[in-house]
Design a protein around this ligand. Structure first.
Ligand SMILES: C[S@@+](CC[C@H](N)C(=O)[O-])C[C@H]1O[C@@H](n2cnc3c(N)ncnc32)[C@H](O)[C@@H]1O
Length: 252
């Protein structure tokens, strides 16, 4: 668990009420300034209009937040073209998707921008708070308002528990659990993923999550995994490769 590792930092009077309620929700201390004796390694704080996660190294830098801007090279219009390995794995005919492991929301936001109908699940209270903040910022974006788009619905839950109970079953369930890393440090994924791994650990219940997803999705389950990892549910029906990773597709 993250208790003992995380605190809320609120260095200005403005926003103190929100900080108090976040500290209460997450059951972690709230600091208005940092002292030598502060033992936590991670902090949630508001900067530049975003909720950010910082470690001590990032305290003087920007911090990590849910990035709602299109990825490099992605078309800045909605819906963006359905291209690339993830879009191939989802398929053009699929309409409804549940992202069962939303994390920093980067895959979810890519899926949303391609025009799919998306619901998102996240079980970590920290990531849920960061996602809520990101999706709220997204809902205020000019292009989202102009096109009257609904941002993805976000659920705070363990997907293993809620997927099978969904009344409105999605065609596709997307899962991107945390795998143990095998790469050398220099080749490690982005800082955001290193922090996530350190705070939350590997997702040990991937097989259980896959089983729930396979029972629920009406068409397919997509599992994103590092290129070195074995498929989590035997030989997939299809597999699409991208740089350093794979999308394994299981038809249900
Ligand atoms: C590797 S990250 C996902 C990254 C994400 N695809 C992105 O683009 O930012 C895995 C996330 O899934 C969440 N997660 C793992 N298993 C879950 C489950 N059974 N239910 C809900 N969330 C889960 C973890 O808490 C973590 O935030």
């Amino acid at each position: 668990m993250y208790q003992g590792k995380l605190a809320i930092l609120c260095q200005q009077q403005d926003g103190l009420d929100e900080a108090i309620s976040l500290a209460k929700n997450l059951d972690v201390p709230l600091y208005q300034e940092l002292s030598q004796s502060t033992s936590e390694l991670y902090f949630l704080t508001w900067r530049e209009g975003c909720l950010k996660l910082l470690d001590r190294e990032l305290l003087k830098k920007g911090g990590l937040s849910v990035d709602i801007e299109p990825r490099y090279g992605e078309q800045h219009s909605w819906p963006a073209p359905k291209k690339g390995a993830l879009a191939q794995a989802i398929g053009r005919k699929t309409k409804t998707i549940v992202d069962a492991t939303t994390g920093w929301g980067q895959d979810s936001l890519h899926i949303f921008r391609m025009g799919y109908s998306l619901r998102c699940i996240e079980r970590s209270p920290i990531m849920y708070e960061l996602l809520k903040d990101g999706f709220k910022r997204l809902s205020n974006k000019e292009w989202v308002l102009q096109l009257s788009l609904n941002t993805p619905e976000l659920f705070f839950a363990n997907a293993c528990d809620v997927l099978v109970a969904l009344e409105d079953k999605p065609e596709c369930i997307y899962i991107d659990p945390m795998f143990p890393t095998k790469r050398k440090k220099s080749a490690l994924a982005k800082k955001s993923m290193t922090v996530l791994r350190d705070l939350l650990g590997d997702d040990e219940d991937k097989e259980q999550l896959f089983a729930a997803a396979a029972k629920t999705a009406t068409k397919k389950v997509i599992v994103k995994c590092p290129d070195y990892a074995e498929s989590i549910a035997g030989k997939p029906d299809e597999s699409f490769k991208s740089k350093l990773l794979r999308y394994d597709v299981y038809l249900t």
